[in-house]
Design a protein around this ligand. Structure first.
Ligand code: GLA
Length: 395
């Protein structure tokens, strides 16, 4: 990153405002953080397979106002849901009936496990990331909380340590065996750039997202991906099974990143057809992402968009993490010349499709898609135009 880029990203971070509904919870010692949701242009279900992803942070975020207390009590309040939760630092109980406190408490637990003395605090939470839409609202909350605790208890964790800590919170406390993409994108997001992240080495590059006249349109099925976490963990195990089968002949293979299609045909296809299809998708998706990055560098967005459709096809038919509503929305836009590409985004089983759309066509496309979606599925469509913004910051 050159100096100029660094400065422009910093300047942007300085321009985010404290949401009005948090003001009532601010005292002199309060720390306030903002952590964004994310989109992912291509590279789905590749992160936990040591592959590549191409996410970006967006203009929808989680905000936390955290105030230290003199005792060991933790008092949590969701401003948007008007719900409260309470426990103590020496007895961090997961909430059984509300999910949002667990994204906070999982992070507190990880700080404690890392030997950082976290005291009691009050935290008020708000945000505008749609929940269950595949935009990583949970990772955003985790990272906002981790940044706030890091500041409040002077833990001096660097950004990558915060990302890994937040991911462990999701893995261990929430129980979703997610990869690193969501937390990484939330923390490392950069204004008007996508992040090309190698999830094996964690090396990353910012690619300018120069899409004059093109908008990133998210079409939200309004289907919550609640089944997703179980199936998500199943996919992970299926990929691990594939790796184990390849390892029987190729001892130095440690993940699907080390496997090519010929090895897969040789070792997995005869043994397990389902696992074969899962692994084949992942290997193809990694190759697709590398080619898509070349398209982006060459400014060939039409070619990039075609790869998004191919990605969706693989996710739907081989990896089987789509759903009829997502498939419907991708099919609906497929023959529209103003749409360069579309696919389901995130873990799947609901949530959003991501579409690259010519700016002038956005409004008509939303209207047409909404009417068609309701007619076909009896559900209401939501639509968001996502802008690419900077990552987690203190306000
Ligand atoms: C979820 C997970 C990520 C990633 C995506 C699929 O968002 O949290 O780690 O695996 O699904 O690409």
């Amino acid at each position: 990153m050159n100096k100029q880029q660094e400065q422009s990203s910093d300047l942007r971070a300085g321009s985010y405002r404290i949401p009005d509904n948090l003001r009532a919870y601010i005292q002199p010692e309060t720390v306030i953080t903002r952590s964004p949701g994310r989109i992912n242009l291509i590279g789905e279900h590749t992160d936990y397979n040591n592959g590549f992803v191409l996410p970006a942070a967006i203009d929808k975020a989680a905000y936390v106002a955290m105030t230290p207390r003199a005792d060991q009590e933790i008092h949590l309040y969701s401003v948007d849901m008007e719900e409260r939760y309470h426990c103590t630092t020496d007895n961090i109980n997961a909430s059984a009936d509300m999910s949002w406190p667990n994204y906070i408490l999982g992070v507190v637990q990880q700080f404690l496990l890392a030997g950082i003395a976290v005291g009691g605090f009050d935290a008020a939470l708000t945000g505008d990331i749609p929940i269950g839409a595949g935009l990583s609202s949970s990772a955003a909350v985790e990272c906002a909380v981790a940044f706030a605790l890091n500041k409040l208890y002077v833990a001096n964790l660097d950004k990558l340590s915060i990302v890994k800590l937040a991911q462990r919170a999701e893995n261990q406390f929430v129980g979703v065996q997610c990869g690193i993409m969501d937390q990484f994108a939330s923390v490392f997001g950069k204004y008007n750039h996508v992040i090309k992240l190698d999830c094996r080495s964690l090396a990353y590059e910012y690619e300018p997202f120069n899409m004059d006249g093109i908008k990133v349109l998210l079409l939200d099925t309004n289907v919550k991906h609640s089944l997703g976490s179980t199936e998500y963990n199943v996919r992970r195990i299926q990929c691990e099974t594939g790796v184990a089968l390849v390892q029987q002949r190729y001892g130095n293979v440690t993940s699907l990143r080390d496997v090519d299609l010929a090895m897969l045909d040789e070792c997995v296809k005869p043994a397990d057809e389902l696992v074969y299809r899962r692994c084949r998708y992942v290997i193809e998706e990694n190759n697709r992402l590398l080619n898509a990055c070349r398209d982006l560098e060459a400014g060939n967005l039409r070619a990039f968009g075609k790869r998004m459709y191919q990605s969706h096809e693989g996710l739907s038919t081989m990896y089987e993490v789509s759903c009829p509503e997502l498939d419907f929305l991708v099919d609906y836009v497929r023959d529209k010349p103003a749409v360069l590409g579309a696919r389901m985004m995130g873990g799947g089983f609901g949530g959003c499709t991501i579409n690259l759309v010519e700016e002038g066509a956005v409004d008509a496309l939303i209207a047409g898609a909404a009417a068609a979606y309701t007619a076909a599925k009896g559900k209401t469509l939501k639509a968001y135009v996502a802008r690419i913004e900077s990552g987690t910051c203190l306000l």
